[in-house]
Ligand binder design. Structure first.
Ligand SMILES: [Zn+2]
Length: 302
């Protein structure tokens, strides 16, 4: 298990909910798909790192700060001999490598050379390590996880790992010598505590609560065509069933994410869920899962 797990970026969770309940612009949809692909690629790499049997500590997704500059590490694996830092890319298609950027052979569009970002991250990370009193060796690589990616003209000595080389990377990481010490644990604990929560509020589409489509969506197919029976929420599209209680709490979570400033009250949740006609039922579920603040206002999601 990873020492620090990766969680879905909040902006991605929010966009997923808004995509169900609002008509997003094409640009917003592209952004959602871009974030989604990036997250899936990272999870794919996590799955590989998860199977390492050598002595190491894996920290997934670190947002750190040094000298008022923020930087992100997609994956950090601490071995006794060195710290391995990975920048994960999910690009697809054929690209031509040049030091000033990667040019798509299909669209002609040039994107930034990921080595610039890797070098910046390494530099800032080294500064942070020095501040923390550590002097470990840092190895950095850019990993392309999409099997449909090709990069022409890239010299073999560049720190790129291509999809066809990930198996070998795994073997290499599994053969790292030595055992991690208390000092490595201390560093891992410190880095995990320094991890910051992202705050990309400005990138969220602006919307008014009234514009949102209300209702509970099916857990499986995300359809709004659901019905509440005695105990279950049943989907009229795919036929799946979910306990009402979990469906309501799942919807409360969505409500909190996209409307963080609105108080969670029985009537607000009933209005948002639509299909649960019995207010007492909502009240019982909220009372079971949330802390009561005041007599009528519910806050603090457990
Ligand atoms: Zn369904």
């Amino acid at each position: 298990m990873a020492f620090k797990e990766r969680t879905e970026p909040i902006i991605l969770s929010k966009l997923r909910i808004l995509n169900k309940r609002l008509e997003l612009s094409d640009e917003e949809k592209r952004y959602l798909s871009y974030l989604d692909k990036g997250y899936k690629g990272e999870l794919q790499f996590d799955a590989m790192a998860e199977t390492l049997t050598s002595s190491c500590l894996t920290l997934n997704e670190l947002l750190l700060e040094v000298e008022r500059t923020t930087f992100q590490i997609d994956t950090l694996i601490i071995f006794s001999s060195a710290l391995y830092l990975f920048e994960i890319k999910t690009n697809q298609g054929d690209y031509l490598y040049k030091p000033d950027g990667l040019t798509s052979l299909t669209t002609g569009v040039t994107i930034k050379n990921p080595l610039d970002q890797l070098n910046r991250t390494k530099l800032l990370f080294k500064k942070l390590l020095n501040q923390l009193g550590h002097n470990f060796k840092i190895q950095g690589s850019v990993v392309f996880v999409n099997p449909e990616f090709t990069l022409y003209n890239a010299q073999p000595d560049l720190p790129f790992i291509f999809p066809t080389q990930i198996k070998r990377l795994h073997e290499n990481l599994n053969n790292q010598p030595g055992t991690i010490s208390t000092n490595h644990y201390k560093l891992a604990t410190k880095l995990a505590s320094l991890h910051q929560i992202e705050s990309y509020h400005n990138k969220l589409p602006t919307f008014h609560y009234d514009e949102l489509k209300k209702g509970i969506t099916c857990l499986v197919c995300e359809s709004f065509e659901v019905e509440a029976t005695h105990k279950y929420l049943e989907c009229n599209v795919c036929g799946s069933k979910e306990l009402i209680e979990s469906a309501v709490m799942r919807t409360v979570k969505e409500f909190r994410l996209i409307s963080p400033d609105t108080a969670i009250t029985t009537s607000a949740i009933q209005e948002f869920c639509v299909v649960i006609k019995d207010g007492k039922r909502i009240r019982r579920i909220l009372a079971k899962h949330l802390r009561i603040d005041g007599s009528r206002k519910w806050t603090k999601y457990r």
